[in-house]
Write a protein that binds this ligand. Sequence first.
Ligand SMILES: NC(=O)c1ccc[n+]([C@@H]2O[C@H](COP(=O)([O-])OP(=O)(O)OC[C@H]3O[C@@H](n4cnc5c(N)ncnc54)[C@H](OP(=O)(O)O)[C@@H]3O)[C@@H](O)[C@H]2O)c1
Length: 301
Amino acid sequence: MKVAVTGANGMLGGEAVAQLAGRHEVLALGFGPGRPPAPDGTYRWVEADLGDGVSVERALMEFGAQAVLHAGAVTDVDGCEKEPATAWKVNCGGTEQVARACRALGARLVAVSTDYVFDGACGPYGEDDLPNPRGVYAQSKMAGEWAALSIAPDCAVARVAVVYSGRATARPTFATQVVEKLGRGEVVKAFDDQFTSTTLAASGAAMCLELLLEHVYKGVLHVSDETVMDRVDFAKRVARRFGLKGAIEGVRTASVKLAAPRPLKGGLKVSRARGMLKNKPLAIDEALDRFRREWARSWSA
Ligand SMILES: NC(=O)c1ccc[n+]([C@@H]2O[C@H](COP(=O)([O-])OP(=O)(O)OC[C@H]3O[C@@H](n4cnc5c(N)ncnc54)[C@H](OP(=O)(O)O)[C@@H]3O)[C@@H](O)[C@H]2O)c1
């Protein structure tokens, strides 16, 4: 099958390409300097801007995609407040481009979205709970969800939260910073009043791809890890899994000047995905075991 992945330089998109390569004809769409074409030809890498209104749509049409995992987005939530026009062009306009191409091609679409569509007043949230996005990132992603669902008839939206990965190519995240800081003997500061789910990129990608290629489900599905916890708890669990000792200090969100609002009582309920998918949402300790193995492989390579 011809499968395209946007955000292919990113954590979730990169994982998806790795899982698809060799099993399908894969078009990997990225933006920045990007990865070189796969030496063994298991996928083709193309640079295309989700924010320019045309180039991703054109690339998908030329490829003749039969299924698209749309994982590209501007993900820096504070950066989105500073550059709202880019956030809207990429997160909403880019999703429109992808959805238009999918409609024209009759292709199945899974668009990746975020727990930030909820305001965090009373999480964790199920798929049928009412979103109330606050801030530019959250609102532009919510608009992207609507665009995908209304333009592409065969579409599912897969929401994830706090993505992390131990792969060498993945960008730094809170989880990798915990490992690095504690490893250097530095204090880790973490919000003790932000309750959230997390998503190991490999697991989230596997659930998204199963949803894309093996199901006809339409609408929203939550595909994060299973456990909801505050960030201090998450940091402590990471430390325990890596056998790291050191200070992890709780900080109140309101004590730090952040450009974008943060959901406090957030988190995603994943019982629907657990009931429906072969790739189940992972409990946090299982996810962190896999994260540690990815990390070990990255450092031994
Ligand atoms: N990261 C999180 O904690 C988190 C939480 C909830 C939901 N999500 C959602 O999960 C999905 C996957 O994100 P991720 O975690 O894999 O984040 P990521 O590592 O930041 O990946 C996002 C990718 O989007 C690409 N991108 C940004 N601007 C683009 C543009 N103008 N044109 C084309 N591509 C562009 C980036 O490409 P380059 O690298 O080439 O610049 C980047 O690799 C996104 O939909 C995101 O909103 C993420």
